[in-house]
Design a protein. Structure first.
Length: 124
């Protein structure tokens, strides 16, 4: 009787694990799902920038800090690796935050990908 109970319990545990795995997989978006926005390049040539306007007057500011300021203004998340380095001097008045980010990326030979509400800054 004890062996039958443990075998039944083991089967129930296996079924529970399979059910949990299935529910988790069903909740995750599938790759290439048309309902999910794709990763896109923020600085595609010809794109009109409509971000909130910012005023920046900076001299010799670290590029990580400047992108953090822009991400705060845009209320988006930011990922920028340590291999992206440099400083920037700029004076911008009433410029869309995304246009400012693309201008900085352009002079530093960087690309900015958008994945949902995350900006991914990386070298080209």
């Amino acid at each position: 009787m004890a062996a039958a109970r443990s075998r039944c319990h083991g089967t129930l545990g296996s079924v529970q694990r399979l059910l949990v795995a299935w529910l988790v997989a069903a909740a995750l978006p599938a790759r290439g799902d048309p309902g999910q926005p794709a990763v896109r390049d923020l600085c595609t040539p010809g794109v009109r920038h409509h971000g909130a306007p910012v005023d920046l007057d900076l001299r010799g500011a670290g590029i990580h800090d400047v992108f953090r300021l822009l991400a705060d203004a845009a209320r988006v998340n930011l990922v920028i690796p340590d291999d992206v380095t440099g400083t920037v001097t700029l004076h911008l008045v009433h410029v869309a935050w995304d246009a400012a980010a693309c201008a900085i990326a352009g002079v530093h030979h960087l690309a900015i990908d958008v994945d949902g509400n995350i900006l991914l800054v990386h070298r080209r």
